[in-house]
Design a protein around this ligand. Structure first.
Ligand code: FAD
Ligand code: UDP
Length: 392
């Protein structure tokens, strides 16, 4: 049915679908969602592996976690969650260590039985090369957190493979995503709520779009239709911000990941969902074995499916995954933000629209804020939809 939309959303990822769902359900707006891929859901999409039936995350492993009670309540309207807790192991020098760096990692690495206080003292001494200087980039931050030897073993080569960028040019934020713990707790995330959608990401994402006021058109690229909508109807754009402006200010740099899929003739390849390879001799950064994300499921397969991950700079036709965010990128982003602010009736959001690494809960949380702070005031109270800004 051809409904004349009240709002056009570009991109059917978590950000776009949250906007669409809220506007349709709360404000009774007719929302048209344009998605250039052949399926909705953005990068969180998952599907059954054709050979094994195991649910695979097509664009990289996605683990849901949040401490935001509002977001947790919201997502639970569309799916139940399993009790999955993420844990990661790391294979260095022919041994397997627990991540994130914790007392178990430290004691195994140094062949010691340090107490938490002794381990803190050891790491503080090994971080002392900074001489109390405030860490300014990725390397300094890493060394300040875990000392040089652990940094070299678990971080330096992994990061070189992942980013292929001089780590002195990488932002310190990237490393602070990983906790360092002086206990044996090896849960990867610190968040209050965690789990995986009981019947998969695809079912969750499809339920968000399942509303009579929402039409999702897949296989449609907004770039070929912008004149039909821009200036005529409010648009929430979650595609790449530089692409919206035809790269006039330059191309923001992204990393992409190639996934090498293998079906292995064993019911269990590595005994855990994620094994990192922080040494220089393995060309991949990590191996994901998807069946371990759902130990509660009865996957009836004698085979297992694994993805090896290879990271590299994204070319024009690649999927942009991780913003590189060098100082040059940040300067360029400022120019795009100014232009985005001047774009009346177009709001920019999501991971690509803001050039920010957003976890799912952050993308959803930021969409809920855009709905409450911009879209509801506009549609319910007639406020102007201006100065959306990239940083909405
Ligand atoms: P996206 O999901 O990227 O959706 C944007 C959509 O817009 C895409 O479907 C795209 O095709 C579409 N689009 C773009 N341009 C156009 C256009 N011109 N016309 C039409 N459609 C267009 N988060 C977690 O919380 N936990 C994790 O474990 C996790 N792991 C991740 C692993 C990887 C490898 C990556 C890349 C991300 C991971 N994330 C994870 C982050 C998660 O994917 C994002 O938070 C989420 O995808 C953000 O949703 P979004 O809607 O902003 O963007
Ligand atoms: N990292 C690392 N070694 C590891 C895991 C992570 O050096 O074994 C670094 C790497 O630079 C990575 C960052 O920490 O980009 C953040 O890790 P995270 O697991 O959050 O990365 P993601 O899952 O987003 O790729």
């Amino acid at each position: 049915p051809d409904l004349a939309p009240d709002l056009v959303v570009v991109g059917a990822g978590f950000f776009g679908l949250t906007i669409a769902e809220r506007c349709a359900a709360e404000l009774d707006l007719k929302v048209l969602v344009l998605e250039r891929r052949e399926h909705l859901g953005g990068n969180a999409w998952s599907e059954a592996d054709p050979d094994t039936g195991i649910e695979v995350h097509k664009y990289g492993a996605h683990l849901f976690h949040t401490s935001n009670a509002k977001v947790w309540e919201y997502v639970n309207r569309f799916t139940d969650f399993t009790g999955y807790q993420h844990r990661v192991y790391s294979q260095h020098g022919g041994e397997v260590y627990p991540l994130p760096i914790n007392l178990g990692t430290i004691n195994q690495f140094f062949r010691s039985a340090h107490s938490p206080a002794q381990a803190r003292e050891l790491i503080a001494e090994q971080a002392s090369e900074l001489g109390g200087k405030e860490p300014e980039n990725f390397v300094e931050k890493g060394v300040s957190l875990i000392g040089r030897p652990l940094y070299e073993a678990f971080i330096a080569h992994y990061t070189a493979k992942q980013w292929q960028t001089d780590p002195e040019k990488l932002s310190a934020d990237i490393i602070t995503r990983l906790p360092v713990r002086y206990t044996y707790d090896n849960r990867y995330f610190n968040d209050t709520y965690e789990g995986l959608p009981v019947d998969g990401y695809a079912a969750w994402l499809e339920r968000m779009a399942d509303h009579p006021n929402i039409e999702v058109r897949t296989g449609v690229d907004f770039r070929e239709h912008r004149e039909e909508y821009v200036g005529r109807v409010p648009v929430v754009y979650t595609g790449p911000v530089d692409e919206y402006f035809d790269h006039d200010e330059g191309r923001l740099s992204w990393r992409t990941v190639d996934f090498e899929r293998e079906v292995v003739d064993t019911p269990d390849f590595q005994g855990c969902p994620v094994m990192n390879y922080p040494d220089a001799d393995a060309p991949y950064t990590r191996i994901i074995e998807f069946r371990h994300f759902h130990p509660e499921r009865d996957y009836d397969s004698e085979q297992t499916v694994i993805f090896k991950e290879f990271s590299r700079f994204a070319e024009d036709t690649d999927e942009p995954y991780y913003p590189v965010n060098t100082p040059e990128d940040r300067a360029m982003l400022m120019r795009y933000r100014d232009r985005a602010k001047a774009e009346d009736n177009v709001l920019f959001g999501g991971r690509l629209g803001t050039y920010k690494y957003l976890d799912m809960h952050m993308a959803i949380g930021s969409a809920l804020s855009m709905f409450e702070n911009k879209l509801r005031p506009h549609f319910a109270d007639g406020e102007a939809l201006t100065s959306g800004g990239v940083d909405a």
